[in-house]
Design a protein around this ligand. Structure first.
Ligand SMILES: [Zn+2]
Length: 443
């Protein structure tokens, strides 16, 4: 096994074992443990290291290799150090054990995204330790709190440490999985993401005695209808340029490709795709609506007067919160008068241009490994910290590089799920990709 794979593996195992689980409460995460582990790894090779701690224990780390030419571009590698909660019952191995079994590292965060954070740290350390100063500066930012929206991590830094994190290009999660299409091999580089508009829907009824339900105004019964209508409503397709480019790049059969970019026929296209791609295709072309939390009712013999729903709604680039409110009006019809809607959390969709020097550097490095493959821009339905940098006008892409052992289906299915794991070959490829991109871009 290569030295670089061993180094990334070792660091990744440590990051997993620290178990910086972010459950959304300010006291959780305690990413200070991973920040300290990374600081120890990066120590002693000429990097300037700074930490930020907006709340006790919620530490983010910034390491900087100062370039020789202030006018040359600066590249940031940004990885988060927190992970989502985990239920060990569904796992074949200890989710916080960081076990290495037959060349595969197991554990929460092995894919999202401690694998990339470890690879970034190793690429940064190696460039600094080489003694060769690039013209442009390399920044490595290990942030807390990504899994709860970044308010105590990248979001906080964007607001309170703007100058420290200023750069010209950002690489973060995700991307770099090899896909086999009828037109050949493709590698997706993530250039944009959907926006969120998470809503609380309060369904109003009238309390009464459970023994006489006829003509009652039961909030639970109404909520059932609200959930059915919201989740069953087929929102209109919204086709973006990035989507068109992705469809063109994937080499689908002509009739499928045509349907996928035609709002009137898009369901023909989606239904023709394999399951994993269909969910992705739907999400990247539609306002999606997923009712995920329901709270209501107090007692078996009391007709409830109130039910609360929490709905995960996500907007395609080009859609706004107004589109979300319009959706509620249309989908609920007269029931709209029986509910109150509050926006709990929101963020705009974001997209970076795909014609930048960073794009060129990444595609060159990726195709040096997979000469048969073509890189195509893609959007992600989830949210990442890239959006804070896109809002500052800085191009931010999601990119890594995976081995041929990683299929897109397997990759997508492991996020926040059971048996998260990554092979060491992917760790090596990712660290080498980051190193190659930094060298090419920074000079
Ligand atoms: Zn992540």
């Amino acid at each position: 096994m290569s030295e670089i794979a061993a180094e990334v593996t070792d660091l990744l195992q440590g990051l997993i074992r620290n178990g910086c689980i972010n459950d959304g409460t300010p006291g959780s995460g305690q990413e200070i443990r991973n920040a300290e582990l990374l600081a120890a790894h990066l120590h002693g090779c000429g990097l300037e290291i700074e930490t930020f701690e907006p709340v006790a224990g919620r530490t983010s780390l910034l390491a900087k290799l100062e370039g020789t030419d202030p006018s040359a571009p600066a590249l940031m590698l940004m990885g988060h150090t927190d992970v989502v909660p985990v239920d060990a019952d569904g796992w074949q191995r200890d989710p916080l054990g960081g076990e290495l079994v037959d060349g595969v590292v197991w554990g929460r965060g092995a894919i999202d995204m401690l694998n990339l954070t470890a690879a970034m740290a190793v690429a940064t350390r190696r460039l600094a330790a080489s003694g060769r100063r690039p013209r442009g500066s390399l920044l490595f930012l290990a942030v807390a709190d990504e899994e709860a929206g970044g308010a105590l991590g990248a979001g906080w830094l964007a607001e309170h440490a703007t100058d420290a994190i200023r750069c010209d290009y950002v690489i973060t999660e995700n991307g770099g999985v090899l896909q086999h299409t009828p037109a050949g091999e493709r590698i997706g580089i993530t250039v944009g993401e959907k926006g969120i508009c998470w809503c609380r829907v309060i369904v109003h009824g009238t309390p009464g005695h459970g023994s006489r339900p006829l003509h009652s105004d039961n909030a639970v019964v109404k909520a059932a209808e609200v959930v059915t209508r919201l989740s069953g409503y087929r929102t209109a397709a919204h086709i973006t340029d990035a989507w068109r480019r992705w469809v063109a790049g994937m080499g689908f059969q002509p009739e499928v490709a045509t349907a996928l970019v035609d709002p009137a026929r898009i369901w023909e296209g989606i239904d023709a795709l394999p399951r994993a791609l269909a969910g992705m295709a739907h999400a990247l072309t539609h306002l999606t609506v997923s009712p995920n939390v329901i709270r209501g009712g107090e007692k078996t013999n009391v007709i409830p007067g109130r039910v609360e729903l929490e709905i995960d709604i996500r907007k395609v680039p080009g859609q706004s919160d107004e589109d979300v409110l319009e959706f509620f009006d249309t989908a609920l019809g007269p029931l709209r008068n029986d509910v109150t809607i509050e926006v709990i959390q929101r963020d705009d969709p974001s997209e970076s241009p795909a014609d930048t020097p960073l794009w060129d550097a990444i595609t060159r490095a990726a195709t040096a490994v997979y000469p048969e493959a073509t890189c195509i821009p893609t959007l992600t339905p989830g949210g990442t910290d890239a959006r804070f940098f896109r809002a500052m006008g800085i191009p931010a892409y999601g990119m890594a590089l995976y081995s041929r052992d990683m299929s897109l289906e397997q990759f997508s299915a492991m996020f926040h799920a059971n048996d998260e794991r990554v092979d060491q070959e992917s760790l090596r490829l990712t660290a080498e990709l980051y190193g190659a991109v930094a060298k090419a871009l920074l000079g």
